[in-house]
Design a protein around this ligand. Structure first.
Ligand SMILES: Nc1ncnc2c1ncn2[C@@H]1O[C@H](COP(=O)(O)OP(=O)(O)OP(=O)(O)O)[C@@H](O)[C@H]1O
Ligand SMILES: [Mg+2]
Length: 212
């Protein structure tokens, strides 16, 4: 579904982050991606959806090489990225608006988007949050609403950046159950042992700019 070929990347030339990285996410796979802080895990996910562009190498997604912003707009609609920080994901006044944002952007009508919001929140057991003010939610609630915002776009693949980080035990267990039940290809960046044990079909380790 998504393939990185020989990707090298640096935010600043003196500090290379990725060095000739190859990575493939195939349909049906759930890849756990781990590595030390600052290794470039978040950067790798951002490269896949064109939030940053490689200095060298190719991004191939859903059967085509992707280069331009237009290419990546489509990729971002088909591969849903859950940001490491929920505040990067949620920017609307209310939960309903945040979750409707993706579908509306995809060209759904107001009525269609509303139905998707209802359904997605219900699937995640978050109906009661629909009319809440997003920035007044707790950290864990924001994380779950972020996932709702991603799933509302009905993505074919999920890129999850530390989804269980800072969640209490019950919320974490609920999130893992939800993710385990989704029939989607996933890359899950996580230091959480249970993510690896319960979710992953394989794991990858990023360190020193290289993927192993
Ligand atoms: N916007 C940015 N501008 C400059 N440097 C950045 C930027 N974002 C990340 N970096 C640097 O790039 C490197 C990789 O960062 P990245 O966030 O991808 O690591 P990570 O593996 O996700 O770390 P963590 O486990 O802490 O989330 C780090 O050295 C970081 O300081
Ligand atoms: Mg990160």
């Amino acid at each position: 579904m998504i393939r990185l070929e020989g990707i090298s990347f640096a935010y600043d030339p003196a500090h290379p982050v990725l060095d000739q990285v190859d990575f493939t996410l195939s349909a049906g796979e759930r890849v756990a991606l781990n590595g030390p802080n600052g290794a470039g895990k978040t950067t790798l996910l951002h490269l896949m959806v064109g939030l940053v562009r490689p200095r060298k190498g190719r991004v191939v997604a859903f059967g085509r090489e992707r280069r331009t912003e237009t290419d990546f707009v489509e990729v971002r609609s088909r591969a849903g990225l859950l940001f490491q920080d929920a505040d990067d994901q949620l920017f609307c006044p209310t939960v309903a608006e945040d979750v409707a944002f993706g579908p509306l952007n995809q060209g759904k009508s107001r009525a269609e988007a509303r139905a998707i919001v209802r359904q997605t929140l219900a699937d995640l057991g978050l109906e009661s949050l629909e009319n809440r003010v997003t920035h007044k939610l707790s950290g864990g609630q924001r994380r779950l609403v972020s996932l709702a915002a991603v799933l509302a776009m009905r993505p074919e693949a999920l890129l999850l950046d530390e989804p269980t980080n800072a969640l209490d035990e019950a919320t974490r267990a609920r999130l893992l159950d939800i993710l385990a039940g989704l029939p989607l290809a996933m890359v899950v960046v996580s230091h959480d042992r249970e993510v690896l044990d319960r979710l992953a079909t394989r794991s990858a380790w990023l360190e020193g700019g290289r993927l192993g």
